[in-house]
Design a protein around this ligand. Sequence first.
Ligand SMILES: Nc1ncnc2c1ncn2[C@@H]1O[C@H](COP(=O)(O)OP(=O)(O)OP(=O)(O)O)[C@@H](O)[C@H]1O
Length: 259
Amino acid sequence: MSSSPQTPMEAPAPGGNAIVFDNVSMTFPDGTEGLKGTDLAIRPGEFVSVVGPSGCGKSTLLKVASGLVRHTGGEVWVDRAQLGYTFQDATLLPWRKVIDNVALLMELRGYPAAERRRIAQEKIELVGLKGFENSYPQRLSGGMKMRASLARSLALNPAVFMFDEPFGALDEITRERLNDEVIEFYTREGFTGIFITHSIPEAVYMSSKVVVMSARPGRIVAQFDIPFAYPRHPDLRYEPEFSKLSGEVSKALRAAIEG
Ligand SMILES: Nc1ncnc2c1ncn2[C@@H]1O[C@H](COP(=O)(O)OP(=O)(O)OP(=O)(O)O)[C@@H](O)[C@H]1O
């Protein structure tokens, strides 16, 4: 699906890409420019991480891509028919059990009850929450809440999965474990991923490509192909090539912050 502010069109993204931003700008009603001159093309099945200075427009980029927020200039193409979205906060409904939270999006889409239950159970097992189906969110740790949130999105078999800094609030070990789990879902389900993070090692570890945004208004100022094969082993983080790439991304990010 393509959309522009004036003329929404239905067409596949140009060049066989899954996501295309062509000279996109997004100005908020108060005049704040969130994005300006943003160009980005993501191939189907790529896993792209976005890093950039605080407040540069990373979340805005995802919101525009997902259709939550409308861009004010340029063109965006994203097939939103099967879209997964995980927020910084797990956004679980406190009055619903884990299984009913995981089934929520299927319920909104009108899946029959038995199918909802079957798929929810399958995804709960996939994210390692078996045994917690009937727990309420307040009984879960931060990592478990995020797993439930991932299961809820995975239930719709997303073709495009957007992650808005999902693990920023978690401890290092839980975060690294969830990095591996997301890589496992990614290699198993084959979605196109777009992942926002403040962590350069996380971006390099997870991704097939890392893009760097400028300070606000955000545009893409550098891109790095990450050559490591999937699945990735945690020891990759200690390889010289990993450190070298992380250093290059860090340098580009520093240049972006300093303008
Ligand atoms: N509704 C809004 N109205 C006006 N300005 C906004 C609005 N939402 C966000 N902004 C501003 O737009 C800029 C981009 O915000 P955004 O949340 O996309 O940044 P970000 O890169 O994701 O930030 P962070 O790294 O801190 O999470 C920020 O300066 C923010 O203050």
